[in-house]
Ligand binder design. Structure first.
Ligand code: GDP
Ligand code: MG
Length: 321
């Protein structure tokens, strides 16, 4: 094993964070990281790509792989999102399957397994949203027996809350114990394998999810047209100049995203800019446009551009002539 320029006692572990949409995967990851790297919303299917979220505890590097919620779907965009969840679980040391305690967890787990096409090896079940239920969760033992019948690779379980931190300490201790002696993947302290450009699109989309209603958030994609770091006169500081397009599916949606007198797009821009500034640590100029891109949700070029490659389940590819 190569420990080039790294402490020989370094430990590392990579964990896929899996589950149905809206069970609290991204919230759990942010809670462990200690800051809001990955986007969260009350609407399902917010996360579309799989990516690394890394942090260290003493000499242990923990890489959590955030993944889109696994669900049944005929839609190409969503098939590719499911594909991302499978990809996120490839080659990890451990899988965490998150189950939302406010739902029928056995039915939810069965449904997750039905739509998750990769084999689940070492698995820990993480019951989430304990703050919303009786924390002693009576009857967890018979539930676990049922879950283990469905998936014999379940090794352990934790009942946690990302809102009030219930049992998070116990879980991070167990993660540390499970980590093996290995070099760190991000010795320079990077928090992700995705760059600022990717997170800028995520933070814009997060605001679109917050402000738009009904089906509209799902019909929105964000692409960066230009991302320039401009050096400031008489200082070492740079400013990020970002132009991004919000793609919508239909002309009528364009008007809604722009809003009366541009009010909605302005609010998306102002709020997203603040979060991008917090990430880059410098000033950001954010220019947003809304573009109609009919059927982008099954357009290979757009799906590739937003980091969602074809999967084995991809039905058809729509190509421009
Ligand atoms: N009360 C409570 N709400 C939570 C908890 N974890 C997540 N949520 C909420 O559940 C919703 C979905 O969370 P998110 O992390 O985006 O779920 P994901 O789709 O699985 O990534 C959001 O409204 C979160 O605020 C929790 O531990 N307690
Ligand atoms: Mg998520």
């Amino acid at each position: 094993m190569l420990f080039e320029n790294q402490h020989p006692h370094n430990k590392a572990i990579m964990i896929a964070v899996l589950g149905k949409p809206n069970v609290g995967k991204s919230s759990f990851i942010n809670h462990l990281l200690g800051f809001d790297l990955t986007i969260v919303s009350s609407k399902p299917q917010t996360t579309r790509n799989q990516f690394h979220c890394a942090f260290t505890i003493d000499r242990t590097e923990v890489v959590l792989v955030d993944t889109p919620g696994v669900h049944s779907t005929p839609q190409e965009l969503n098939k590719r999102m499911n594909g991302q969840a499978q990809l996120g679980a490839e080659g990890v040391d451990l899988n965490f399957v998150l189950l939302d305690l406010t739902t029928d967890v056995v039915a939810e787990f069965r449904d997750f397994l039905k739509n998750f096409d990769a084999p689940l090896e070492r698995t820990w079940v993480v019951f989430t949203k304990a703050d919303l239920v009786n924390k002693d969760v009576p009857g967890i033992a018979p539930v676990l027996v049922k879950l283990q019948e469905l998936c014999p690779s379940i090794e352990r379980h934790f009942v946690i809350s990302s809102k009030d931190g219930h049992n998070i300490h116990e879980l991070t201790g167990a993660i540390q114990d499970a980590a093996k002696n290995a070099p760190h993947l991000y010795p320079g302290g990077d928090a992700s394998n995705m760059n600022e450009r990717f997170f800028a699109t995520e933070y814009i989309r997060e605001q679109a999810f917050r402000l738009l209603k009904e089906e509209l958030p799902y019909e929105v994609a964000v692409v960066i047209d230009e991302y320039k770091d401009v050096k400031q006169k008489d200082s070492e500081q740079t400013e990020a100049h970002i132009s991004a397009s919000i793609l919508v599916n239909r002309p009528s949606q364009r008007a809604i995203v722009v809003g009366r007198g541009g009010s909605v797009i302005k609010e998306i821009g102002v709020t997203a800019r603040k979060k991008i500034e917090a990430m880059t640590g410098g000033k950001v100029h954010l220019n947003l446009h809304v573009k109609v891109s009919p059927k982008w949700m099954s357009n290979n070029y757009v799906l590739d551009e937003i980091g969602l490659p074809r999967t084995q389940k991809s039905a058809r590819v729509w190509r421009k002539k």
